[in-house]
Ligand binder design. Structure first.
Ligand SMILES: Cc1cc2nc3c(=O)[nH]c(=O)nc-3n(C[C@H](O)[C@H](O)[C@H](O)COP(=O)(O)OP(=O)(O)OC[C@H]3O[C@@H](n4cnc5c(N)ncnc54)[C@H](O)[C@@H]3O)c2cc1C
Length: 551
């Protein structure tokens, strides 16, 4: 098996992005931590191959029959909080010292650590999301109580948070939430219900949705509640763990089905519009998802390329076979485009949180969050599959670690909103502001600011990118009044937009790199553009239902 190099030092794309976008002072301040995380990523990969995989274990009863619901985490998870606090994986995004670049700093760390963490980044994402949602609330007492723990750099005070939304009756459609909130004789709020997917039940607190007793049906009537998982004496706070899920991937992550039996809770804000109140959390967890998907892509490309340098077939190394090199270069090009989109998003988030984003930037952040999540989620699955194949038969064998990359990748398009749900969210975002803000931003990125003339291929690429965005704008205008057609085409629209925006950002990187004597991002862009950017169609489709089996 190939040996991974330091994943910070050897990541050309990451290093170029850092050099092009971060001020020198910040680069110097974070270099040592990124270096350490890059070294840890390589070491952890070797270490994981050398041991038998383990999974969390739920013990429901002790030796004398008392219900205890104890979850024993894997060894990597037991060190999770220590690494998270040492490197500020949550904290860095909330600290003021790097201003608008705080989120870039944080997500560079997350990107490097994600695979090594065995999805400990999942509860970290929810922890970050909870801190962000609480800060956006007006509940000063709760902010003072919980946010310092959620963003702590001290392992002894650090808290993990869950985000308990999905129920049997609804994951995408949380308006179906059945958990009831009611007040006991002392006026304390309590929650009764069943949460069907809780990935951070090992944490200290959660933000969750529940319907106050007597409230009307539907999403608007839900309230957002804060609850701590344990009472002061260490016992569970009215929480029963029914079982841990037996999952396709992310097996080190304990995802539980739980019952809330009168758990003590506290409304964070008003007793309605809980979905709106929890939205800041979702924006953050979707960004984590995009960064995680990107990290998986990078790992797949790095491993497949390293393997191609050592494996021989037909008398030469795989990398020397033009068709195999072509396959790997296509993966690399897609990864490079995705990298630009995801890290641009992290910068936008940071600017918005610092109050620096203008109206266009706010609109772009709103649009790019679902776009980046949905596009990178799908891309990561395809790339993990390609990586598997690039290893031949070895890629299908468990102890290479490659099958796990494929299994784990399948989660990115599902949780934090499926591709369809996010495509519909993209329509909502466009419904508010139209395509104007993203067109303006792309136009800004495509303005040439250099002395030497641009290679002709890059100039042509710029007009292809513009053309694709204008196609999307025309498509939206054509179907403006046809809600079914808009919904049916939302996925194609979202993927086209995501690819065009990523291409525009890669174009900007290619031009800057070209000026500095590096032609590789330009080559990546042209390769990325060799697949059509847009798959939008204005033709009249036969109704989808015609093709599908009846109920
Ligand atoms: C490993 C794992 C961990 C998880 N951890 C958590 C957690 O900690 N907390 C939590 O709250 N949730 C968690 N989830 C749940 C996850 O967020 C949901 O499964 C997800 O949001 C989808 O909801 P659902 O399962 O109800 O699917 P459904 O909503 O039933 O969706 C089924 C299909 O229908 C499509 N669909 C739904 N509505 C529409 C529509 N209007 N138009 C077009 N298509 C539509 C979807 O795209 C999907 O393909 C986790 C899931 C997994 C796999």
């Amino acid at each position: 098996m190939p040996v991974l190099k330091n994943q910070y030092r050897s990541d050309r794309v990451l290093r170029a992005w850092v050099n092009q976008h971060l001020p020198q002072g910040i680069r110097s301040a974070i270099d040592a931590d990124l270096d350490a995380l890059g070294a840890h990523a390589a070491h952890a990969w070797d270490e994981a191959r050398a041991r038998t995989p383990t999974q969390p274990i739920l013990t429901r009863f002790d030796a004398v029959g008392n219900r205890i619901d104890r979850i024993e985490s894997t060894p990597v998870w037991q060190r999770g909080a220590e690494i998270a606090t040492r490197y500020g994986l949550v904290a860095a995004g909330h600290e003021a010292r790097h201003g608008e670049y705080a989120r870039c700093d944080q997500f560079l760390r997350v990107y490097l650590h994600h695979i090594a963490s065995e999805f400990y980044t999942c509860p970290l994402a929810m922890t970050d999301g909870a801190a962000t949602a609480l800060k956006a609330s007006a509940n000063d007492a709760l902010i003072a109580h919980a946010v310092p723990c959620l963003t702590s750099r001290d392992v002894s005070t650090f808290w993990l948070s869950g985000q308990w939304m999905t129920e049997l009756a609804g994951g995408s459609d949380v308006g179906n939430t059945e958990t009831e909130a009611w007040q006991d004789g002392n006026g304390h709020w309590r929650l009764t219900g069943r949460k069907w997917f809780t990935s951070a039940v090992v944490g200290d607190m959660a933000l969750t949705l529940a319907r106050p007793r007597g409230a009307r049906p539907g999403g608007h009537a839900l309230a957002m509640f804060y609850l701590e998982t344990h009472a002061a004496d260490g016992s569970w706070n009215g929480i029963r763990i029914d079982q841990l899920k037996d999952k396709l991937g992310t097996r080190e992550l304990a995802t539980a089905e739980i019952h809330l039996d009168g758990a003590n809770a506290m409304p964070v804000g008003a007793l309605d519009h809980g979905v709106r109140q929890i939205a800041p959390m979702l924006n953050v967890t979707r960004t984590w998802n995009a960064v995680g998907a990107l990290a998986s892509m990078r790992r797949c490309v790095a491993l497949a390329t390293a393997y191609a340098h050592q494996r021989e077939a037909f008398g030469k190394r795989l990398i020397e076979h033009p068709l195999h090199a072509e396959t790997l270069a296509d993966m690399q090009a897609a990864f490079e485009a995705a990298f630009q989109l995801v890290f641009h998003l992290t910068h936008m988030l940071g600017r918005s949180e610092c109050g620096l984003a203008d109206a266009d930037e706010q609109a772009c952040l709103r649009l790019l969050t679902p776009l980046a999540k949905l596009w990178t989620g799908k891309l990561a699955v395809g790339m993990a599959s390609e990586c598997c194949e690039a290893f031949g038969g070895a890629g299908y064998i468990e102890n290479t670690g490659i099958p796990q990359l494929l299994r784990d990748a399948q989660v990115y398009p599902i949780w934090e909103g499926t591709s369809n749900v996010l495509a519909l969210d993209t329509l909502r975002a466009l419904g508010k502001t139209g395509v104007g803000p993203i067109l303006h931003s792309v136009e800004r990125w495509l303005q040439v600011r250099q002395d030497s003339p641009l290679p002709e291929a890059l100039a042509t690429a710029a007009s292809d990118i513009r053309g694709s965005l204008l196609d999307a704008a025309r498509w939206l205008e054509t179907h403006r009044d046809d809600s079914s057609r808009l919904q049916a085409g939302a996925r194609a629209l979202a993927f086209s937009l995501a690819r065009a925006v990523a291409a525009a950002l890669l174009w900007r990187c290619a031009v800057a790199s070209h000026a500095a004597g590096d032609a590789r991002p330009g080559h990546a862009l042209l390769r990325f553009l060799s697949c059509p950017l847009s798959h939008l169609s204005n033709s009249t489709f036969a109704p989808a239902f015609d093709l599908l089996d009846p109920a």
